[in-house]
Write a protein that binds this ligand. Structure first.
Ligand code: DAT
Ligand code: MG
Length: 150
């Protein structure tokens, strides 16, 4: 899992509230590597595809409206166990239950304004990266690698 990748998206509220630098900083300082990054306005059909698994949920339309309400930051992060650790950095889905110290625990109040998305498994990360980065994530290696990994 040393080369594991995850898809992370800063949602429109995170961008509007100026949390982009803070969020990127948390992933960077942990020791993960940024392998893809873009500011993008997504169309309704694209947002519906991203959240296809939730299409039967009563909150689906509101969720899609929220995601298309402004630009988002789409990213690929790489590192050992980055999928599960990324989810821990982000915190629980409902900010009311996210621990302080997590992104949602520190910066969010309502479940429908929870600032950030992170893939929930290696398999969904693979699908989401293929959807959001058809051009393929950028491949580079940090010279700090041996200072972070044994
Ligand atoms: P997560 O984003 O933590 O992976 P999820 O994939 O279950 O959570 O749901 C995607 C998003 O949908 C979530 O970030 C916020 C919204 N959502 C989930 N459950 C909800 C609920 N019960 N009511 C309103 N919005 C909800
Ligand atoms: Mg999810």
């Amino acid at each position: 899992s040393e080369m594991e990748q995850t898809f992370i998206m800063i949602k429109p509220d995170g961008v509007q509230r100026g949390l982009v630098g803070e969020i990127i900083s948390r992933f960077e300082k942990k020791g993960f590597y940024l392998k893809g990054l873009k500011l993008i306005n997504v169309e309704r059909s694209f947002a519906e595809k991203h959240y296809a698994d939730l299409s039967a949920k009563p909150f689906f339309n509101g969720l899609v409206e929220y995601i298309i309400s402004g630009p988002v930051i789409a990213m690929v992060w790489q590192g050992k166990n980055v999928v599960i650790t990324g989810r821990k950095i982000i915190g629980a889905t409902n900010p009311a239950e996210s621990a302080p110290g997590t992104i949602r625990g520190d910066f969010a109040i309502d479940i429908g304004r929870n600032v950030i998305h992170g893939s929930d498994s290696v398999e969904s990360a693979r699908k989401e990266i293929a959807l959001w980065f058809p051009e393929c994530p950028f491949n580079w290696q940090s010279c700090l690698h041996p200072w972070i990994y044994e």
